[in-house]
Every structure is written in structure tokens, then in C-alpha cells.
Write a protein that binds this ligand. Sequence first.
Ligand code: HEC
Length: 164
Amino acid sequence: MKIQLLVLTFVIGALTSNASVADEQHHQHGLNIPAEIKPILTKEMLAIEKGMQELVSSIAKGEWDKTASIGKQIQASYILKQSLTAEQKQQLHHNLPEQFIRQDRAFHKYAGMLAHAAKAKNKDVINFYFYKMNESCNQCHSRYAQERFPGFVDPKEKHTEHKH
Ligand code: HEC
């Protein structure tokens, strides 16, 4: 557990400090994630999706302790937090655009804020951050996961569809 946390800190640190290395790719419709890392991302996404569904229920029912604990769980689960080999880390920081890392961090920050609001039993603030979390899914997917989720393809951007 401790080792995993250390690895997490290292990965996030490495990604952040080298974020400028990766160019902003404005019309990127997919991420260049190494094949062996993809399943980790998928697993993380499915966990987040499940967490969001549980939040709908717990918020609707006023179960604030549960809401806070789900929020905290999501906050702690940085995408790609799992232990990666040094080589994979190297690959990652060359592959993830700065904007992606920023959106990932913002998303997890909102989850933390939601947990905080749930502790204070502040419904309005909880709902606000739930909205922000949902918006984060949309923002990141519409930018980086259009292939997986074609619903985000903007008809006006069709000409860039096949650029990768
Ligand atoms: C910082 C970026 C980012 C954020 C934020 C984000 N996602 Fe994702 N998500 C991705 C990427 C990238 C993929 C993978 C696309 C692919 O497979 O090519 C993905 C894929 C998924 C998948 C599909 C997994 C599969 O079966 O392949 C689900 C479900 C998902 N996300 C749910 C969510 C939900 C729910 C949220 C918000 C609560 C969210 N994601 C927030 C980047 C993000």
C-alpha cells in the first residue's frame, strides 16, 4: 500500500513537472496511450463510472457519510495511479498532453470538494460539485475519447476526424 502511494506520488510528480514536454494537441481525437497501460485506464474509468452512479443514489437519499466516502475514494483514485514500471512512466509522460493531466487533476479535485461538502451536509455545494464532476467527464471525453464515444464528434470538426 505504502509503495503504491509512493509510486503514485512519483508518477503524478513526473507527469506534472514534465507536462510541458507534451505539446497541447488541440484537435486530438484520441490519446496515444501505450497498449499495456490502456487496461489500467479502462479499469479506472469503470470504477469512476460506478462511483458516479453510487453518488446519484447517496445524494438523492441524503446519505452524507456515504457520499463523503465515495467522493474521497474517487479523489484518491488518480487515473493511472497503479504501479507502473519505470519504462511505462517514461512512455506516459511523453504521451499524455498537459491539458489531459490538468483535466484529470481538476476532476479529482472536484471529487474532494464534493466529499468536503458532504461532510458539511451542504446540499447545494454537493450538487454543484457533482455537476462539475459530470462536466469533467464530458470535457475530457469530448477532447480525448471521441473514438470511444463518437457522440462527442463535433460535425464542424469532421475534417480533422482522421488525424491522429
Ligand atoms: C482526464 C480525462 C478523463 C476524465 C476526467 C474522465 N475520463 Fe473517462 N475516459 C477517458 C479516456 C481517455 C477514455 C478511454 C478512451 C479510449 O478507450 O480510447 C475514457 C473512457 C471511459 C469509459 C469507457 C471505459 C471502457 O469500457 O473502455 C468510461 C465508462 C468512462 N471513461 C467514464 C468516465 C466518467 C463517468 C467520468 C467522469 C465522472 C470520466 N470518465 C472522466 C478520459 C477521461
